[in-house]
Design a protein around this ligand. Structure first.
Ligand code: ARG
Length: 379
């Protein structure tokens, strides 16, 4: 066994994919209103957001597209795994909070991350997602039992009590947001360790972490302290014009060594581009999405930039939403073979192609793509 490839092995976002988990919309519910989330119906901010289970029709439509992604990946020789069934309509009650229902297992990316031979379950930041690791536990046990090289870490669970949140955040007028945009204070405060896995992006030795509504500075500190002794370098990144940042994969999307797709509405904080430019990485702005924010599905809480939430099969093959022609053309110009797949019915479940997946095994080893770096580790 020691001579075969490790069962869990993924060091970046682009090496040849071998095994991946694709989410499922089974039993999905509307995300409840809670201190870390204020869902609203698009273009109808005064109509109350629905609660409880989503309709069978909506779930079937999303599941069809998730099945289409699965078929495409399998046709490319990738092993696809799916989450276990989970009752998301069940309320959650802990000593610190209560919430009327949970969310869904469409976006494993938000919860689970593979960093080399280690699987990390994120702390999560929202109450309805506290137990979202559960649909993946059976798979984790399988990977853990199959290979003694598999490491498995669950990050400390925060209390998610009222005191962890800054509820006024949701009431701040845009002007105040603009003033505060350089302090990076959002709906979670800095008292507890909080992060969602999707705020990270993997570039070999170097891991980017976005400070956001779903990842605080204590969370980034925990990641540094956990990962630096293993030889990783953890870089906090900021996109000050994103007033509601959550998850990095619609903002800053690495596609192969030396190439990152960037979001024209969300430039990197001044100075943070240095590590990329010093190491000959190109930052390439994506074209405007085909849909405007107003045209996104009514229950979708994400922005039009789900357009750039692409999934790499390899450094030359990228999966892109079927209707995003301008981005597809740009990717083709950059030398990629583009695989379009319809995915808009998945949008209201929190994400697109990258969000709805968790890669467990890709080819390749840990590489250093940033030989020219000024990095100060914690210790
Ligand atoms: N907050 C992002 C946007 O609206 C969406 C991120 C979705 N990513 C994810 N992993 N669920 O642009």
């Amino acid at each position: 066994m020691q001579h075969s490839a490790p069962v869990v092995n993924s060091w970046n976002e682009w090496d040849q994919l071998q095994e991946i988990v694709v989410g499922s919309a089974d039993n999905a519910c509307f995300e409840p209103t809670e201190p870390g989330s204020r869902p609203s119906i698009r273009n109808h901010p005064d109509t109350p957001f629905p609660t409880g289970p989503k309709s069978k029709e909506a779930i079937d439509l999303a599941n069809e597209e998730l099945a289409g992604l699965t078929r495409l990946l399998e046709s490319q020789g990738v092993t696809v795994r799916r989450p276990e069934t989970h009752d998301f309509s069940a309320p959650v009650r802990t000593p610190d909070f209560e919430v009327e229902n949970q969310y869904c297992a469409v976006c494993p990316r938000d919860v689970m991350i593979t960093l080399g031979n280690e699987i990390i379950e994120a702390t999560m930041s929202r109450r309805a997602r506290y137990f979202e690791y559960q649909p993946y536990r059976k798979l984790v046990y399988e990977y853990w039992n199959a290979d003694p090289r598999t490491q498995w870490t669950t990050a400390p669970k925060p209390s998610m009590s009222d005191g962890m949140y800054r509820e006024e955040f949701w009431e701040w007028p845009l002007e105040q947001r603009h003033e505060r945009m350089h302090s990076f204070e959002f709906c979670i405060n800095q008292d507890e360790v909080v992060f969602d896995a999707a705020d990270m992006s993997r570039l070999g030795r170097d891991i980017l972490v976005q400070e956001s509504m779903t990842t605080n500075r204590a969370g980034i500190h925990w990641l540094k302290r956990h990962l630096e002794p293993k030889g990783f370098r953890v870089h906090p990144v900021h996109f000050p014009l994103d007033f509601f940042p959550s998850h990095i994969d619609c903002t800053f999307v690495p596609l192969r060594p030396g190439l990152i797709l960037t979001n024209p509405d969300r430039p990197l904080r001044e100075g943070e581009e240095k590590m990329f430019l010093d190491n000959d990485w190109r930052l390439v702005e994506v074209p405007q999405p085909v849909l405007t924010n107003e045209e996104m599905p009514p229950y979708c809480q994400s922005s039009k930039w789900l357009s750039m939430n692409v999934l790499s099969i390899s450094p030359t093959k990228v999966i892109c939403e079927a209707q995003e022609k301008p981005l597809q053309d740009m990717l083709a110009d950059l030398g990629f073979e583009v695989f379009p797949v319809p995915f808009r019915n998945v949008f209201e479940y929190g994400g697109s192609l990258h969000c709805a997946t968790w890669d467990v095994r890709r080819d390749g080893q840990r590489e250093d793509y940033f030989g020219n770096l000024d990095y100060r580790p914690l210790a």
